[in-house]
Design a protein around this ligand. Sequence first.
Ligand code: PY5
Length: 312
Amino acid sequence: MTKASEGQPIWPKYAWLDGSIVEWGSAKVHVFVHGLHYGTGVFEGIRGYYDSGAIKIFRLEDHMKRLFRSAKMIHMEIPYTVEQLIEATRELISVNGFRSDIYIRPIAFRGLGSFGLRARNPVNVAIIAIEFGKYLKPDGIRCMVSSWRKPSGDSFPVETKATANYLLYHLSSLEAAEHGFDEAILLDAEGYVSEGAGENIFIVREGRLITPPVYGSILEGITRDTVTRVAREMLGVEVIERRIRRAELYIADEIFLTGTAAEIVPVIEVDGRTIGTGKPGELTRKIQAIYHQIVVGKVEMFRSWVTEVPIA
Ligand code: PY5
């Protein structure tokens, strides 16, 4: 680990670029790459937890598979296999020797060639891993419904984790921050609740979990899937996938957001309305606690989701 300067993030020693481990400072591409100009890229966000002398990567294979599904949706071929990128990730973590929690960001984007919009320039692939703590406050956040809408799937492939899609979440997050909120919640083109600006959403009503369906302009979150399985298989809690109206948020007993970076985050206020008691809900707390056990491989039934990289 090298410290860039006071107040700067501590960058790791190495990144992975186009098939090789390279020095952090050499992990560069040209300013004319297609992906920079048009957002023709796809990426993933994966967490690794430092525990008992190893980095424990959560659902690595599922994330890499989603990277390839995202690429397919935008007509892009990644010149590696899922297995090669998994191996590259393990190697990168090992050479960096991380001794704290990390965030792993694989990214594939169209590179140098034509600037034309029908160009199918060669695809560059990078994997970046950095030390990372909390993304949102785990003790409860205040949200606003964004004035920006999630478009429907017929105007844009909303299900892909493409770099271009993140302009929407950037603008929504900025808007929320400008208004003094912690995070934005986006409605879809028809006015139903879609997701957070980087997280899926669940509400609790009468002891049951409700979350927007996969056809509700959402990213099919891996944390969303984890929570659904925990609720159904460990807690015996019903999970209903159906559309949610904006006003239904206000009268929910509990609300939480789910995402790799955010993990499980209780929402205690939406648009100035207190949610439930104004404190993280009981079911939310329970799921949050179990999630933190699962990601470090301490829940037997979900152990196969954890990939361990020993740190020498
Ligand atoms: N919806 C959107 C728009 C997302 O960006 C994310 C993940 C999710 C849902 C949750 O998906 P998953 O549970 O598979 O992570 N957001 C990224 C993350 O790494 C980027 C955050 C800056 O959490």
